[in-house]
Design a protein around this ligand. Sequence first.
Ligand code: MN
Length: 243
Amino acid sequence: MSNPCLTGSPFARRQLLRSAAVAAAAAAASAFPAPAIAQRRAPYALPPLPYSDNALAPVISSTTVGFHYGRHHKFYVDNLNRLVENDALGDLSLDDLIKSVATNPNRAGHFNSAGQIWNHNFYWSCLKPGGGGPPTGALKAKIDEDLGGYEKFKADFAAITNGQFGSGWGWLIAEKGKLALTRTANADTPMVRGASCLLTIDVWEHAYYLDYQNRRADYTAALIDKLINWDFANEQFAKAPKG
Ligand code: MN
């Protein structure tokens, strides 16, 4: 094959030489770091689980963790990253993105995926093998003071969580220096209203159906008794505004 630089018309040769010069300039420029887009946070990450996928068994099976973390949680991350691919919202931290779209009906898809990422990131941290039982640390006294003691907390946390109609989340939060129990529907999250989240239980059916079928109350009771990570909850409480 002949070299078109040598055989083409003078015009074509000039064009090819010009293209070569442009390519050489681009290659030289690329030797220097591209200017950073300082605030770009996307793509958002699927954080690693803080334990192996069978560490919560038999309360939550590795099969449930495999689907819940590996499919559902991952789907929300992939979906949000697709939504912000060419979108300035991807410049925001996950927390700021959630707050910025929370009241915008045109960005409900962003809110649903981002809220679900935040809630699931939080949920896995709220659980640990060998957890559960009465609170430790500063939360022990605070639960006595604000929520009537551990036994009452346990019953009320289960009741408010189980009472979520359809998909959603039960929460222990701190707000204006006081502990409170609440629940949210679908992807909603108390952090968007400025509350400090301390614990959550996911009551979407995908969280428990493989292990407990329709027995949601058995799942929430087992989590409270056997998996709650009070160390994590105390860390969140330590960061919460005191008044
Ligand atoms: Mn879930």
